[in-house]
Design a protein around this ligand. Structure first.
Ligand SMILES: *Cc1c(COP(=O)(O)O)cnc(C)c1O
Length: 850
């Protein structure tokens, strides 16, 4: 319960207008989850401003608002509290309430395993007492007031899940919560991005022990070096927990790992309890169980009673949760609780729990928040996966590193799949086995932001089990902590790319090969990920513009054939032979050099002959093709795999295209008559592929259409295609300019009346073009905001006069969709006076891809 006057007092707030309700049943920060009679807190975070949600919260029944400024709407009948700092006021209020109620406060801290520990401790203490627990899963400081709002005078215990978002927050959380006891089930290397290093994080955790009261307990994982080091620091009653070793006060040993439960014997000082078990899986969850048992012991819950409780715990959603999968497979969903330590523990579990005949499948999504530990941790997990799993599927760009590490570690390439989208994981599973069976044990593991639960969902035997998955609503929302810290970022929708590739493949049919053109870093979309997704969805060949681009793909571990469509210098031929890269030939002298170099390097070089049928760029003129070919045949170290041409007007002139096709065929007929079989004959780019089946031959080379864009108004991608790239930034400043005020270099714009303008921290150095035309508009809150004045190198002014409540940190879309509005690459191209190809390629490489 929250009392209006309690908040006003503790938070030094002021009433705005007449008070409405004086008592609130709950506190809420998400306007979409506002309920009848709750107090809505308009929190301001760098991810956005809760003041924008006030109208929504009121519409859903909120009876009161706590905010820093009066809402721009009618608040009659509501209680409106104005404070300087909403979060600070709520923390002060929580401090006052906890002090007044005299409840026993327990905090659970550390990296992963906190939610499971909170739940296990709740179950144990609830045998004798009333307990309130943190239901937020830890959301930084706000979780303290959110949990405090549920306290009543009858409650004996409250358990907080301490999840500080940055250094310094821990001490604020501790002084608001005033803990008596603490449990640290694990420290590991989690949170290294926020705290700089695991040691810095451990130091922050140490602050808890300075606070604990002498009558409380400090329950600490003895097997975690950083946690053990904290034992000496507490004035309260220390209880160490451990697995299999000596030295800890409470030890589980003789661990028996089963597919649905974990058995153990327990030693607590001089007591022993044999043959116990819990349905929680993995060593990391056993620490949560031990933590709860230790707390129970401290608060005089008899151990046998507590052991009965932990034998009946229900695994939490996303925390090693067993679920029936398709075909009788057993799924273990660990999509909410993964960090490097828990992932390794889960993988050890997979290996130990599987029967000898069972297939151990490990599906691994990105782990985030690891800072400088990210690469090392992902690689280590890849190495372990090579040892402990039979099929290893990675999902996402960081997890791809683990896939590479598994390959480097000697895992069979057929047993490793590196993917970037849910559909790709499913396709790969299907391809591997034609479906799941009851011989499959599947571990699905990743950070919440990787959304691995979407893969689990697709593999469920019964869709109704969906409710047993993590809701994932936190990762649905734009979590500002997950945004790149750069001033703008490009979002690449690889599911859309996968969709487009499949649609193109369906359009050309099974007899025609799809070459995915990923030159120019896949038209700015990121070549490695784009290539992998294309190959998983129906493309069988890649095409690039240079040997450097081809080698970058090989370096990333891509083994598919790659065609270099442009000039290859002779000094690159050695690499081409070694790395099996196909080059284009169109000049006899050069071809002879290639042949000599291939011979010297002890191999054969694959080549495609390029015919010029009207482009006027590289290529043998149609009339010279026959003699060229005869000479080429004598070069024994060249393997002629294909022949191709390129259209000049496929997007605009069907007749000219037909003429080029006719000319190309006139070259092919005598070559074929002389008995030569080309494996690949190709001509079509995206425009020709989309508009003219005659151009397909037995392969097509598509670029633009893969990325969901249309080559021209007369060569459109079907409506099922979706653009892959969006480009976003945030508002850096908002202010109202007086009438007649100039904007930007050269003062090319002057306000006529008062005008509310905002600054976005991007400019021409990022690819936001300045001249001769800029793109005209960006999107803010789903509405068009015109650009004012000139675009500078790294700043641009926009008008937000017509858009209410714009504030610093709000997301801005430069390219893509926001709400119901879209700024398309076509629209920008139109304003620039160019083509959409150039638009997507111009968002500079220095802008991070997400
Ligand atoms: C770039 C390129 C393509 C792909 O063109 P799209 O219009 O993007 O499909 C095909 N062939 C050659 C030779 C190219 O250079």
């Amino acid at each position: 319960m929250i009392s209006l006057y309690g908040i006003l007092d503790a938070g030094q707030g002021q009433l705005f207008g007449e008070p409405g309700p004086r008592l609130f049943s709950d506190l809420c920060i998400d306007p979409l989850q506002a309920t009848e009679a709750c107090l809505y807190a308009a929190l301001r975070t760098d991810g956005g401003d809760g003041h924008h949600g006030i109208a929504e919260a009121i519409a859903r029944g909120a009876g009161g608002i706590i905010a820093t400024r009066p809402p721009e709407l009618d608040t009659a009948g509501l209680s409106v509290i104005l404070v300087k700092d909403v979060l600070g006021a709520l923390m002060a209020w929580a401090h006052a309430v906890i002090g007044k109620l005299g409840v026993q406060v327990i905090v659970v801290a550390g990296s992963a395993v906190r939610p499971v520990t909170v739940e296990a401790a709740r179950a144990v203490l609830s045998t004798r007492h009333r307990v309130v627990t943190d239901q937020t899963g830890g959301q930084g400081r706000i979780s303290i007031p959110l949990t405090t709002a549920h306290l009543t005078p009858e409650d004996r215990f409250v358990i907080f899940n301490l999840d500080p978002a940055q250094p310094g927050e821990m001490s604020e959380m501790i002084s608001a919560a005033q803990p008596h006891s603490a449990v640290i089930p694990q420290i590991g290397v989690g949170f290294s991005d926020r705290f700089g290093s695991p040691d810095a994080f451990a130091a922050e955790l140490g602050l808890i022990f300075d606070y604990l009261s002498p009558g409380g307990a400090a329950v600490i994982n003895y097997d975690d070096d950083r946690a053990r080091a904290l034992l000496s620091r507490t004035r309260s009653h220390p209880i160490s927990i451990g697995i299999d070793g000596f030295g800890a006060d409470l030890v589980a040993y003789n661990i028996v790992i089963g597919p649905t439960r974990t058995g153990f014997d327990l030693r607590f000082r001089d007591q022993r309890h044999l043959g116990r078990w819990t349905p929680l899986l993995g060593q990391h969850q056993l620490y949560a169980v031990l933590g709860a048992l230790a707390l129970g012991a401290h608060y005089e819950i008899p151990l046998p009673e507590a052991l009965r409780v932990v034998a009946e715990l229900d695994p939490l959603p996303g925390q090693m949760k067993p679920l029936p999968g398709k075909g009788g497979a057993l799924l273990i969903d660990n999509s909410a609780g993964a960090d490097p330590t828990t992932t390794l523990s889960a993988l050890e579990w997979l290996n130990a729990a599987a029967d000898p005949g069972q297939r151990k499948i490990f599906i691994f999504g990105d782990l985030d928040r690891l800072g400088e530990f990210s690469q090392r941790s992902h690689r280590l997990i890849g190495q372990k996966a090579a040892e402990l799993s039979d099929l290893f599927i990675t999902h996402g760009a960081d997890a791809a590193l683990a896939g590479r590490a598994a390959l480097d570690h000697g895992m069979d390439p057929g047993a490793v799949a590196i993917t970037y989208g849910v559909q790709d994981v499913l396709t790969r599973l299907e391809a591997d086995s034609g479906g799941l069976t009851d011989r499959d044990l599947i571990l699905l593991n990743g950070s919440p932001a990787a959304r691995v639960e979407l893969i689990t969902r697709a593999l469920l035997a019964d869709r109704a089990d969906e409710r047993l998955l993590p809701r994932g609503d936190r990762s649905d929302r734009h979590d500002s902590a997950d945004r790149p810290i750069a001033s703008s970022w490009v979002e690449i929708d690889l599911e859309a790319l996968a969709n487009n590739v499949r649609a193109l493949k369906a359009l050309i049919g099974p007899q025609v090969a799809l070459f995915a053109v990923v030159k120019a870093d896949a038209y700015g979309h990121g070549a490695v990920a784009a290539a992998r997704v294309a190959l998983l969805n129906g493309a069988t060949y890649l095409a690039v513009a240079s040997m450097a681009e081809a080698l970058a793909l090989r370096d990333a571990g891509i083994n598919a054939p790659i065609l270099v469509m442009s000039y290859t210098p002779t000094q690159a031929i050695r690499q081409a032979v070694r790395q099996q890269i196909t080059v284009t030939v169109y000049d006899l002298e050069l071809a002879r050099e290639y042949d000599r170099l291939a011979r010297e390097n002890g191999g054969r070089l694959k080549v495609h002959i390029k015919i010029d049928t009207g482009m006027g760029r590289i290529g043998v003129l149609a009339g010279n093709a026959m003699p060229f070919f005869r000479h080429l045949l004598k070069l024994n170290h060249l393997e002629i795999e294909g022949i191709y041409t390129h259209y000049a007007n496929a997007d605009s002139d069907p007749a000219a295209t037909a003429e080029q096709t006719r000319l190309f065929k006139s070259v092919l007929v005598p070559l074929k008559a002389s008995g030569y079989q080309f494996k690949y004959i190709h001509a079509a780019n995206s425009a020709a592929t989309l508009t003219d089946k005659e151009t397909h031959f037995n392969a097509v080379r598509c670029g633009l259409a893969l990325y969901g864009l249309s080559p021209s108004p007369t060569a459109q991608v079907p409506s099922s295609f979706r653009p892959v790239m969006s480009w976003r930034t945030v508002i850096a400043s908002v202010k109202v300019l007086p009438p007649g005020h100039p904007v930007g270099y050269g003062s090319t714009y002057r306000t006529s009346d008062e005008e509310k303008v905002a600054v976005i921290p991007v400019g021409y150095a990022d690819g936001l073009r300045r001249a001769p035309q800029h793109q005209g508009y960006v999107l803010v809150h789903g509405q068009r905001a015109p650009i004012r004045g000139r675009v500078s190198m790294e700043k641009t002014v926009i008008s937000v006069h017509h858009i209410p409540n714009v504030s610093i940190g709000d997301e801005v879309t430069l390219l893509g969709t926001q709400g119901n509005e879209t700024i398309s690459a076509d629209e920008i191209a139109e304003r620039w006076g160019t083509i959409n190809y150039e638009v997507v390629c111009s968002v500079l490489a220095r802008t991070p891809r997400k």
